[in-house]
Design a protein around this ligand. Structure first.
Ligand code: XLF
Length: 323
């Protein structure tokens, strides 16, 4: 008796694709549809209703994997997603991946064994593991595959806005503190910042952070970035990293914004409580969280959803670290 795995094998597609076709809950190209239906007919496959209903009776729990819960942006995001999920009768199973693909893979197994109804994965560090999953998935920022919806801020545009603001505030000797290259979002911010600088004919320097924020950064000797004291404008890839840079600069008796202007990215709550308060680029996390839950619940409830990138507009939030 053929099963979904067998049909996927014969059609040369993933189990998730066959499942999407059978359950009609996501994009499958016409060509692949035809291929799958042909194999189904040839093999006389009848989807196992019992298995399907057991699957549908998955718990009313959504797995939320975030990379770094000590980053205020992700704890804000988790709170918002939890709220919207609760409003729809779902609860959240929160996992912290630390941008570590092994941890992420383990959590995928755990979430599956808990029969979660869907998974939200922020900044995924693995791709293949999702192909064989028979669970609705929404990705935040890092793309997983062409069949999985990605939601993000327009990070490229955010990078451009950051440059234009520093430039119009008089900075001409500018540094970009880049995020790790495994983060699609920070790569796009860098590209936007770089392209906007190029348009003015100004060259910028870069310094790359290897990880997202970790508390130990505050204690570490940041001698590598000693040079940052020579710049008059710095765009840091996110607010929490900007707070580390600000601490370094003020400890080294630099006046912000007189000697050096700084702009972050996120508009997480930390940007308001820092002294001076941080100019930053807003990621509309409320709308993003709401959209993620809306899309995921549609997928869970087998409603048609367009599989594409859902992109949100960034916005400059001017505070005290720029003139
Ligand atoms: O992945 C990016 C980098 O850090 C994410 O949006 C964040 O800005 C959150 O702080």
């Amino acid at each position: 008796m053929p099963n979904m795995r067998k049909i996927a094998e014969l059609a040369g597609v993933s189990i998730a694709t066959v499942s999407r076709y059978i359950n009609n809950n996501g994009y499958v190209s016409d060509e692949v549809r035809e291929k799958i239906q042909k194999i189904i007919d040839e093999e006389n496959y009848r989807p196992n209703e019992l298995a399907r209903s057991i699957f549908r009776k998955s718990s009313k729990t959504i797995g939320l994997m975030v990379p770094n819960i000590s980053n205020p942006f992700f704890n804000q995001m988790a709170l918002i997603i939890e709220k919207y999920a609760n409003d729809k009768g779902y609860s959240i199973f929160l996992c912290n991946t630390e941008d570590n693909s092994d941890k992420e893979k383990k959590y995928i197994d755990i979430l599956q064994s808990h029969r979660v109804a869907g998974i939200i994965i922020a900044r995924s560090q693995c791709k293949e593991e999702y192909a064989s999953l028979d669970i609705p998935i929404i990705a935040f920022e890092n793309h997983i595959s062409e069949n999985i919806i990605t939601v993000s801020t327009d990070n490229y545009e955010g990078g451009r806005i950051a440059f234009e603001h520093l430039y119009h505030s008089g900075c001409r000797n500018i540094l970009h503190v880049k995020g790790p290259s495994a983060f699609e979002a920070t790569q796009a911010r860098y590209k936007g910042f770089f392209d906007a600088a190029k348009d003015t004919g100004l060259s910028i320097d870069t310094f790359e952070f290897e990880t997202d924020f970790q508390v130990k950064m505050l204690e570490e000797n940041m001698s590598d970035i000693n040079k940052i004291s020579t710049y008059d404008g710095i765009f840091v890839f996110n607010d929490i990293a900007a707070s580390v840079i600000m601490k370094f600069l003020t400890t080294n008796h630099m006046d912000i914004p007189k000697d050096v202007q700084i702009i972050g990215f996120d508009n997480s709550f930390i940007s308001q409580v820092l002294q001076p308060s941080l100019t930053t680029i807003n990621q509309p996390v409320q709308e993003i969280g709401k959209k993620i839950i809306k899309l995921l619940i549609k997928l869970i409830e087998n409603e048609r959803v367009e599989v594409k990138d859902y992109i949100f507009k960034p916005e400059l939030i001017k505070r005290e670290t720029t003139k």
